[in-house]
Design a protein around this ligand. Structure first.
Ligand SMILES: C[S@@+](CC[C@H](N)C(=O)[O-])C[C@H]1O[C@@H](n2cnc3c(N)ncnc32)[C@H](O)[C@@H]1O
Length: 366
């Protein structure tokens, strides 16, 4: 019979082998069962492109492994939770490629009637350790719980997008939302998607007391060029701001607003909406997953939530990792999007579930 140490060693060797297989492109995915911090140490530096994860929240104690001493979230003091989570993400920073991204989903917690601000406590700790925060996405789950009558319903969680260097991979064209409305013909002439013909702007330019003759000429010519782009389908909409007619969008202060500066030096500027559409906002309205809850009675990632992070911040065939993979949603979605995936979870039960699930959804791979 094997001793505990031999068994541990076998497990470590096996994990190292599996990781090597993924990194050398011989396999597409693996699910490793064990403590994240320990397994992450087996992964080489700068070898993973993207991490998308949802660690257990502090003081929920709802997972299969809640009695295990390594389980994250069971720390009696929330400050120790922040320390432990930060240590795991230090390790993740090491294994992430220089242009890699981390998407971290966290929810908050009331304790002694007080909202603790846990997501921000973790986010600030990560920033103190060198992570650069690029977005705080609000995940509006649409159906909140009403556990108390002296405060509002809770309906959102945070998804923080962190990077480790200012230059990072971001395929913005992959996640653009196509414009719903297109330019149209109105009274025999082409107008923008919201009906802007440019006539009002033309009149304002011509009658302006605030533009020099030279500036009027430049503004009118620029308006012609924009209308040309609308008629060619390169732009779907635009707005023009003209000195003395409209205010700069955010601020009139030329020291803080580039737009205000443009208005001061040139006399006008445009806001344009290209035909490629715009990027999604930082509020995502996605209902929590509830289509296959028979085996897992807890926070499963909805696939829709994973699409933008993976498409934007991991190139095709890149490696996506989830260090708290649970039922394997991140890895499953990564595979569906032609990326590779590594999942790590302390629970054997969830790891087995993830392996079964991936067999169901990725049949052609077997
Ligand atoms: C919120 S769930 C993740 C759910 C997952 N996103 C999904 O779609 O199924 C958190 C997971 O962290 C695991 N976990 C807790 N402590 C861990 C540790 N120290 N190392 C690895 N996994 C851990 C739990 O077993 C649980 O499955």
């Amino acid at each position: 019979m094997k001793t505990a140490i031999e068994y541990q060693y076998d497990k470590k060797e096996m994990a190292e082998f599996e990781i090597e297989q993924i990194i050398s492109n011989k396999r597409d995915f693996t699910f490793l069962c064990g403590d994240s911090l320990e397994i992450l140490k087996l992964i080489p530096d700068e070898s993973v492109n993207c991490v998308v994860t949802s660690p257990p929240y502090w003081n929920l104690r709802e997972y299969d492994v809640s009695e295990n001493s390594n389980v994250i979230g069971n720390e009696p003091d929330y400050k120790d939770y922040v320390k432990n989570i930060t240590a795991i993400f230090d390790e993740i920073k090491r294994i992430l490629t220089r242009d890699g991204s981390l998407w971290l989903n966290l929810g908050d917690k009331y304790y002694n009637k007080e909202l603790l601000g846990m997501p921000w406590r973790v986010a600030l700790s990560l920033m103190d350790n060198g992570w650069i925060l690029r977005n705080d996405v609000i995940w509006d789950q649409m159906k909140g719980t009403q556990s108390s009558k002296d405060r509002l319903r809770d309906v959102y969680e945070h998804i923080f997008h962190f990077v480790k260097s200012k230059k990072y991979y971001y395929a913005h064209d992959e996640i653009r939302i196509a414009p719903i409305k297109q330019p149209k013909v109105y009274n025999g002439e082409i107008v923008s998607a919201t009906g802007v013909s440019g006539k009002k702007y033309r009149k304002q330019i011509e009658e302006s007391q605030f533009l020099s003759e030279e500036e009027k000429k430049a503004a009118s010519q620029a308006l012609d060029e924009i209308l040309q782009e609308i008629s060619e389908g390169k732009l779907v909409d635009f707005r023009m701001t003209i000195r003395g007619e409209q205010r700069a969008f955010h601020s009139d202060n030329t020291n803080i607003s580039g737009r205000a500066k443009e208005l001061e030096t040139k006399g006008f500027y445009f806001i344009k909406m290209g035909a490629n559409g715009h990027l999604p906002s930082d509020i995502w309205r996605i209902a929590p997953e509830d289509t296959w809850r028979k085996d897992a009675h807890y926070a499963v990632f909805p696939e829709e939530l994973l699409l933008n992070p993976i498409k934007a911040t991991c190139h095709e065939n890149g490696i996506v990792l989830d260090p708290f993979s649970g039922t394997g949603s991140t890895v499953v979605t990564a595979l569906k999007l032609n990326r590779r995936g590594i999942g790590i979870d302390l629970s054997e039960y969830y790891t087995d579930l993830a392996k079964k699930r991936i067999k169901q959804v990725c049949k052609p791979l077997f």
